[in-house]
Design a protein around this ligand. Structure first.
Ligand SMILES: Nc1ncnc2c1ncn2[C@@H]1O[C@H](COP(=O)(O)OP(=O)(O)O)[C@@H](O)[C@H]1O
Ligand SMILES: [Mg+2]
Length: 425
């Protein structure tokens, strides 16, 4: 008897022919008998995110006039096969019930499927003879669906790897791109084209080379305004840290333990009166709200700004939240020439390199949770968060500091071209 596989799991790199093979197979199966096909992904803001377009293209390519294309579904006029398109994240218990009659569920971009979505979906696809087809380009070693389905497949699960060189239809242009990528970056090639998961260690947000470069940089002065980032301790073992940054020059950190709100507010008051910062950005998620209120009461309204790490990013389309956005700004700051300077500090080094990046279903940068970072680091990245806070909002940046020769300092009066004034973070 022919083996019947309930789950068909195809994985591999870009261009392996997975999506086309699934689309073509489903269209042909749907012409033979009535099928209810659900095309699923983790997030589907619009039908344009789905495989709808690919199916339409293939229908046109083969001239399958028996398929009728609607705005939100595709139907076969003779067999009454129906294709629908859904995002799993948006499915509540009621909506997921509508998937109970599904014959074939196609999960595309399965590397983004969460464990929760899978737990809800799997038992819903329960019709006799129903199947789940999965196409995935591995992201991380612990991709939820990989672990749940493919890492230890049972006898009803078919797991097949397909890369671009396995695809007889792979366009010449794609093969050239793959070769170019192999020469330029073997690491990227292994992930993008061979479908290998990204090793978590390669996945830290801030690379040690760019950080070391900032530790070795020579900047001694700048005309950029002073911005202070203030990260306030949330728990007994966390520290309250002030970070001082002027444009591309970050020159000082001050850490304190076990300070009351009034004491922190007094320290901040001293710094404001002594150094006249243009802004003090402070974390007001926890304790900070109390400190903020005291400073406001003392008339520093113009200078202080409260920030919630978890709130919506300013550039919402790029960053998952404010915290990811501020850390993303640190990366941009470190990467852009003239390179910035940071105090050479082991704690800061460990904190900045320990944070791992992630991407949400919309491809926005997201940082791993504070709890995980704390587990690995043994403490909270307080200094790094204080530095991140200095990037909370764009601040007018003075003239770009210039660096002269070896171990020389920059001099700001050397700037003769006021037109080169820049704005920045
Ligand atoms: N059956 C096919 N007929 C024609 N071209 C195909 C076929 N399958 C794949 N291709 C070509 O190969 C490319 C990669 O296929 P695709 O299914 O998008 O790969 P994957 O989903 O694995 O990244 C497609 O863009 C298309 O040009
Ligand atoms: Mg694909």
């Amino acid at each position: 008897m022919k083996q019947h596989y309930r789950i068909k799991f195809f994985y591999g790199g870009r261009g392996g022919g997975k999506s086309y093979a699934f689309a073509d197979s489903l269209l042909f199966l749907g012409r033979n008998k009535k099928l209810f096909v659900a095309c699923l992904r983790e997030i589907q803001d619009s039908i344009r995110d789905s495989v709808y377009k690919l199916l339409c293209d293939r229908i046109k390519f083969y001239g399958l006039s028996d398929y009728k294309i609607f705005a939100d579904k595709i139907e076969n006029k003779f067999t009454e096969t129906v294709f629908i398109f859904k995002g799993l994240r948006e499915q509540d218990a009621q909506k997921i019930k509508s998937l109970e009659g599904v014959d074939i569920a196609w999960i595309e971009e399965a590397q983004t499927i969460s464990a929760l979505s899978w737990e809800v979906l799997e038992p819903t696809i329960r019709k006799d003879g129903s199947e789940i087809w999965i196409s995935m380009n591995r992201l991380y070693e612990n991709d939820a669906l990989w672990l749940a389905v493919a890492a230890n497949p049972d006898e009803r699960t078919l797991v097949i790897k397909a890369n671009y060189y396995d695809n007889p239809f792979c366009p010449e242009e794609m093969i050239l791109q793959a070769k170019k990528c192999r020469q330029k970056s073997p690491e990227n090639y292994a992930h993008i084209w061979l479908g290998e998961p990204i090793r978590q260690d390669n996945n830290c947000l801030i690379k040690s080379e760019i950080l070391r470069r900032a530790f070795e940089q020579n900047i001694a002065s700048t005309t950029s305004p002073l911005v202070i980032g203030l990260d306030i301790a949330r728990f007994g073992d966390d520290k309250t840290v002030f970070c001082f940054r002027k444009g591309r020059w970050c020159y000082r950190f001050e850490s304190y333990e076990n300070k009351s709100n009034v004491e922190v507010a007094n320290l901040a008051t001293n710094f404001i009166l002594s150094y006249h910062p243009y802004r003090v950005f402070m974390d007001v998620g926890g304790q900070g709200a109390g400190v903020f209120d005291i400073l406001k009461d003392r008339g520093f309204n113009e200078i202080i700004r409260g920030v919630y790490f978890g709130e919506k990013a300013i550039r919402d389309e790029r960053y998952f939240n404010r915290r990811a956005e501020m850390w993303g700004e640190i990366v941009e700051w470190l990467e852009k020439a003239p390179y910035p300077k940071l105090p050479d500090d082991d704690d800061l080094y460990n904190e900045l390199t320990s944070v791992r990046k992630d991407f949400d279903g919309k491809g926005r940068l997201k940082l791993e949770g504070k709890a995980e970072i704390k587990k690995r680091l043994g403490r909270s990245p307080d200094k790094a968060d204080a530095l991140a806070l200095t990037f909370a909002e764009p601040v007018f940046e003075g003239r770009t500091p210039q660096i002269y020769g070896h171990k020389e300092v920059c001099v700001e009066d050397i700037f003769n071209d006021a037109a080169k004034m820049q704005t920045g973070w």
